[in-house]
Design a protein around this ligand. Structure first.
Ligand SMILES: [Mg+2]
Length: 385
């Protein structure tokens, strides 16, 4: 079998959802999705076509590594080049599964579980009162989720809202003011009480704090038994993250903007976090993230992938989550997007009572409804060209 064409299309969702379709001379094709690569990733995929057309699509890891090393001067360690390769890699896995008549998890070594626990990323604003927070949490709990995540950092909100919440706020300084520190604790208190004992709460700081502010907050939140506190300080300085981790029993989670095993190595080996969260359709794909999970597992560190993908990328990630022992929970970030259930040809919600049943169909196990996807076409992009 030989690759005959590689085509791209892009839809709007959480940023750009880039679809990669790979066709072969045997009539079998595969579809992948990658996120946060933006138009650079499209250009890179089109550039890579000349190296991939005519090649054997079954040699996935070797093709990935050959392309990565060939372009090591152009970003072979992190960024859009890796995301572009990720879209190709996931399409190749879908294709290989279809060619062999096997679901991807079976090709990754089989599954540790049939169902993937999912958490909902919630929209809780800084000035919501208890009753408003309760309504948001109740909606998520009624849908069957057993875990949710909130944005805790003030930097996630608009300038106008921010100045009403904290007049001392400086977007480029990492120190939490007294008012900001207390606001974060109060918000966690309201959400944890609204969620009750059976629903776990994670809180994302989006790298907002300096080490001292992060340590103070993480210690103050210990009694709430958060599922995790996410990226309290920027993740690129592993020593700083480790300082925070060693100061507190609140579990820390990081990694949504790191790439490849190389990007995660120090974070894991130095045990600078408690939980790792690679974004599978962005940071290297299915083989690479399975290896990241396996490395984390050596340190008894759970694997809780970041995820903003459509049902296609989410199901692709689910195959990896099924195939590793240390999977904890997978993110769902399309709560307020009504085409979550219509963008695939099945027209069903793959999340049922807070869990995804891993598909037993060949490949990823879902097909894109291109008509619906095109209704949300990313401006200025071409459609499967
Ligand atoms: Mg985050």
């Amino acid at each position: 079998m030989k690759i005959t064409a590689i085509k791209t299309a892009a839809s709007l969702g959480h940023g750009m959802h880039l679809w990669v379709k790979i066709e072969t001379d045997e009539g079998i094709s595969g579809l992948g999705e990658c996120v946060h690569g933006e138009t650079q990733a499209i250009a890179i995929i089109h550039h890579l076509r000349k190296h991939l057309i005519g090649r054997d699509p079954m040699q996935i890891d070797a093709l990935f590594e050959e392309m990565r090393r060939r372009h090591v001067f152009e970003g072979g360690f992190a960024g859009a080049l890796i995301t572009a390769l990720t879209g190709i890699e996931i399409a190749l896995w879908d294709l290989k599964g279809k060619a062999l008549g096997a679901p991807i998890y079976a090709l990754l070594g089989g599954k540790f579980r049939d169902k993937i626990r999912v958490y909902a990323d919630c929209q809780i604003e800084p000035d919501m009162d208890r009753a408003e927070i309760q309504r948001v949490v109740d909606d998520v709990v009624e849908r069957g989720f057993t875990a949710l995540k909130i944005d805790l950092d003030i930097g996630a909100y608009s300038e106008r809202r921010v100045s009403s919440v904290d007049p001392l706020f400086d977007r480029f300084n990492y120190t939490a003011s007294e008012r900001e520190h207390e606001r974060m604790i109060e918000l966690v208190d309201m959400v944890v009480q609204a969620a009750g004992k059976d629903v776990a709460v994670a809180a994302d700081l989006h790298t907002r704090l300096d080490v001292a502010s992060a340590i103070r907050l993480a210690k103050a939140l210990e009694a709430y038994h958060l599922l995790w506190l996410e990226e309290p300080v920027p993740p690129e300085n592993v020593a700083a993250m480790r300082e925070v981790k060693r100061s507190t029993s609140t579990p820390l989670c990081a990694g949504e903007n790191l790439y490849l095993r190389h990007g995660f190595r120090d974070l894991i080996v130095q045990q600078a976090v408690d939980i790792v969260m690679p974004d599978i359709p962005k940071c290297g794909g299915l083989s690479e993230c399975r290896k990241i999970a396996n490395l984390a597992e050596l340190y008894y560190m759970p694997f809780a992938p970041h995820n903003v993908a459509s049902p296609i990328g989410t199901m692709a990630s689910s195959h990896v989550c099924a195939s590793v022992p240390n999977f904890l929970v997978l993110e769902f970030h399309w709560l307020h997007r009504d085409y979550w259930t219509t963008i695939t040809t099945d027209k069903v919600d793959i999340i049922e009572d807070g869990y995804i049943t891993v598909s037993d169909r060949p490949g990823i196990g879902l097909e894109l409804d291109e008509t619906v996807a095109r209704e949300h076409q990313y401006p200025g992009t071409t459609w499967f060209e």
